[in-house]
Design a protein around this ligand. Structure first.
Ligand code: PLP
Length: 370
């Protein structure tokens, strides 16, 4: 029998604690920890994760967009929340909910100063995003002068931190590039510090940087705390414990004779006697069409069962011809023993995409033993 009776995403808070403490042990005790809980905590549940991390005394939280930060505040989260990629249309809300924007361009700088002025506030804390080589968002050499001049001329904002993001910290072949990113960040930061006359918090490292680049730890490190199901760096496999497990149950079993088909468009046709099981999860739950037609699999009684035919909106069908199982048995998409990274890789994607796609329709179940 299965431990679950429907499709659920289990969130293991003991594993979250373990990962948080492990990553903390890898940085100097003076270095602050910022936990990234963007995209619903990498597809898990941002509020559940943030509340637990707040108990563990995380120093900072980060989300990608303002709405995610507002969700945390409405749930009672008091920890500072950095909004990594805010849009000017939400600046007044960011101020209203005491969120910290990461300002990344002259345009967003001017817009934010206007919003703070309109809200009749001063010295509002902001983080300034530096582009050290990822070339996504951030200030660079070319606009540093305008940036510094603007900051010095306004009482509206105070630079609480300077940050930058690494492009390839998990890649051993890109060490030279990464060291260059660290150097570029230091140079940009030094110029700002020398001009504004005070020293903000510096942060550049992501999870892989915590392990691979102590030089990039500075005053704070940022990490998804292994919420993404690890797997993007082999070094982590031994240390970080996957937090989320996606499980379901066999709804029904059918026996097919040669020539009978499965699902829409008859995408699977049995070449011989075939047993198939139907599982209550589909593309509306985040199992994308790319997993269909044997590009994806689930685990039933420790064996791989390949998805046959097309993924439907609410269901998938899997081949269980050689698997001893019954209706009601447990189905594992991924769990600590069967990583999301492996499932994702098999169908040509990464765990981040698989996890963040899991829709709100899938029930979140918190696991915690004390
Ligand atoms: C997502 C993100 C992180 C977290 O990185 P992980 O390696 O996934 O833990 C850190 N910083 C920024 C700017 C991010 O967008």
């Amino acid at each position: 029998m299965s431990s679950v009776q429907e499709t659920v995403l289990e969130i293991n808070l003991n594993h979250l604690t373990h990962n948080f403490e492990y990553l903390k042990s890898k940085v100097d005790p003076k270095v602050k920890m910022l936990a990234v809980v963007k995209a619903s905590g990498y597809g898990s549940d941002a509020v559940i994760i943030a509340k637990h991390l707040e108990k563990l005394k995380v120093d900072y939280l980060a989300v990608a967009y303002a709405a995610e930060g507002i969700t945390l505040r409405k749930a009672g989260i008091k920890t500072p929340v950095l909004v990594l990629h805010p849009q000017p249309v939400n600046f007044s809300k960011i101020i209203e909910y005491h969120l910290t924007p990461s300002i990344y361009s002259i345009r967003t700088l001017h817009e934010f100063i206007s919003s703070v002025t309109l809200a009749k506030q001063q010295q509002y804390p902001v983080h300034l995003k530096m582009n050290s080589g990822l070339n996504r968002i951030g200030f660079g050499k070319n606009n540093l002068e305008t940036l510094i001049k603007t900051i010095k001329a306004t009482p509206a904002i105070k630079v609480e931190a300077l940050l930058s993001h690494l492009a390839a910290s998990e890649d051993n072949l890109e060490k030279e590039f990464t060291f260059d990113q660290i150097k570029v960040f230091k140079e940009l930061a030094n110029q700002i510090i020398n001009s504004i006359g005070y020293t903000p918090i510096l942060h550049q490292s992501n999870t892989s940087g915590i392990l691979n680049y102590p030089e990039a730890h500075f005053d704070m490190v940022r990490s998804g705390i292994g919420l993404y199901g690890y797997g993007n760096d082999a070094k982590f496999d031994q240390h970080l414990k996957p937090i989320a497990s996606l499980k379901s149950v066999i709804s029904q079993i059918h026996e097919l004779q040669k020539g009978e088909s499965v699902g829409y468009n008859r995408a699977f046709i049995a070449k011989e006697f075939t047993r198939k099981a139907t599982i209550p999860i589909g593309h509306a739950d985040g199992i994308s069409r790319q997993y269909g037609n044997k590009n994806g699999f689930v685990i039933i009684n420790n064996k791989k069962a390949y998805i046959v035919g097309n993924v439907c909106m609410d269901m998938i069908m899997v081949d269980i011809t050689t698997i001893d199982c019954q209706e009601g048995d447990e189905v594992i998409f991924f769990d600590p023993k069967h990583s999301a990274a492996q499932v994702a890789e098999y169908s040509g994607t990464i765990s981040y995409e698989l996890l963040t796609a899991i829709s709100p329709r899938v029930k979140r179940l918190v696991i915690e033993d004390n």
